[in-house]
Design a protein around this ligand. Structure first.
Ligand code: GLY
Ligand code: MN
Ligand code: MN
Length: 433
């Protein structure tokens, strides 16, 4: 555990807000059913600032002339540790996570009014959890009650996530190192899936191969529910049943990525279950691949967030006309957005601690400008459902190709390029290459 990047981010937060107090709690544990819990996942904002993965913890960053940061966490508890495992406790957490002060979490309500006294603004995240909102407002009110003693309560309450979103949007070198490792594990998992797929197998067996590879290489979990979609299922964008049998002649669309030390990867590959693309499958696949190449070519500093999407749409729209999936002129297809019959989602999203990561896409009504350190996915697709006018040969073909990309000063770095993507590379990988 290297606490330096987390301490640096807390210092950055203090600098950005300038004055006041920021309060960032981690996520609660959640019951799945009766005594069973969902696997615990800390809050991404909290983790970004702390690296601390235990539940029942709150980070407090005090800005100003001498900024400091505090962690409230669970006390050591031998009895509970026998059942649930190790807890740092405030003493060990202070040293290990490089906080200026740490306290037991049950001191939070007692100490927060002191910490908020004479502070001009409190940065919190309100509106997501009524119980948390009431607690934060309770602390502010507790300070107000001391007014006659000459203490001033915060005048403003501001949204801490708005500030943190901007910090999270630009990844530092420590984050990029983890994201490269997450991407490498996921590319290996996709390769394993390609080698395991065969007619007569099932989508869930392929899902098992992915999960096996994620865990085998140390990733804690998938970053989102894996989509393993054969044949027509590939045309269901959020298909997660993963229970169908793989048939000769099907394409298999796999959208799966691991989460490693909090960071997501997000890869889609589409390949033929038999190991060989049919003519129509290849035509659609090559079109999506060309649209992805066009989008990737637009990922560079100074371009807008939307430039890769526009480039992908341009290639896809022309391709839909060439394949006679659509009629009319390119200008009409773009103007009326009729391409949306086959390409109805956007070409990517920010990627980081969350698979759909923090950060605005527009600022003051304008698409954001790409900057070094931003990480995004580039994931065009084509989904051909049965409809009047759609040639039979193309019906139920669904293709998406998704890579994870870092904006660099020179352009971009593709983190996931080791997962086979060209038709010859896929066919080689599946046929013993
Ligand atoms: N796997 C989620 C996405 O591609 O957006
Ligand atoms: Mn994605
Ligand atoms: Mn995806």
């Amino acid at each position: 555990m290297n606490a330096t990047p987390y301490r640096r981010r807390r210092a950055l937060l203090a600098q950005r807000i300038g004055k006041g107090v920021a309060i960032v709690p981690t996520a609660p544990e959640r019951t799945r059913n009766r005594d069973a819990h969902y696997p615990y996942r800390y809050d991404s904002y909290f983790y970004h600032l702390t690296g601390f993965t235990e539940p029942e913890a709150v980070a407090v960053v005090i800005a100003g002339d001498s900024p400091r940061s505090l962690l409230f966490c669970r006390e050591k508890n031998e009895e509970r540790e026998i059942w649930d495992g190790f807890r740092h406790g405030p003493l060990a957490a202070k040293a290990r996570f490089a906080f200026d002060e740490t306290h037991a979490i049950d001191q939070l309500d007692k100490l927060m009014p002191d910490l908020l006294a004479d502070q001009p603004v409190v940065y919190a995240h309100l509106g997501a959890d009524p119980a948390w909102d009431a607690r934060v407002l309770g602390w502010v009110n507790a300070v107000r009650e001391r007014a006659r003693t000459g203490v001033a309560a915060p005048r403003d309450i501001a949204d801490v996530h708005t500030v943190l979103d901007d910090l999270r949007l630009i990844k530092d070198e420590d984050e990029l190192a983890t994201m490269r490792r997450a991407a490498a594990i996921s590319t290996g998992a996709h390769l394993r899936a390609m080698r395991a797929a065969r007619p007569g197998g099932t989508e869930y067996q392929i899902e098992a191969e992915l999960l096996h590879e994620f865990r085998r290489l140390g990733a804690q979990s998938p970053a989102y529910t894996s989509i393993v979609a054969a044949g027509a299922n590939a045309c269901v964008l959020h298909y997660v049943n993963n229970d169908a049998t793989l048939k000769d002649g099907d394409l298999l669309l796999i959208d799966a990525g691991c989460e490693l030390d909090g960071y997501a990867s997000d890869i889609t590959r589409t390949f033929p279950v038999s190991g060989r693309f049919s003519g129509p499958q290849k035509a659609v696949y090559e079109l999506v691949l060309a649209s992805q190449a066009a989008a990737l070519a637009e990922v560079r500093p100074g371009n807008t967030w939307n430039a890769p999407h526009d480039a992908a749409v341009m290639v896809l729209a022309q391709g839909f006309l060439d394949l006679k999936l659509l009629t009319g002129s390119l200008a009409e297809v773009l103007e009326k957005e009729s391409y949306r019959q086959f390409y109805m989602h956007r070409t990517g999203h920010w990627l980081g601690l969350d698979v759909h990561d923090a950060g605005d896409y527009k600022r003051d009504g304008q698409w954001r400008t790409l900057q070094p350190g931003m990480v995004l996915t580039v994931e065009p697709g084509c989904y051909i459902r049965p409809a009047a006018g759609v040639p039979d040969t193309f019906v139920n073909i669904g293709v998406r190709i998704e890579d994870d990309v870092v904006v660099t000063s020179a352009g971009c770095e593709i983190l996931t390029s080791a997962a086979p993507k060209s038709v010859p590379d896929i066919e080689a990988a599946m046929n013993g290459g």
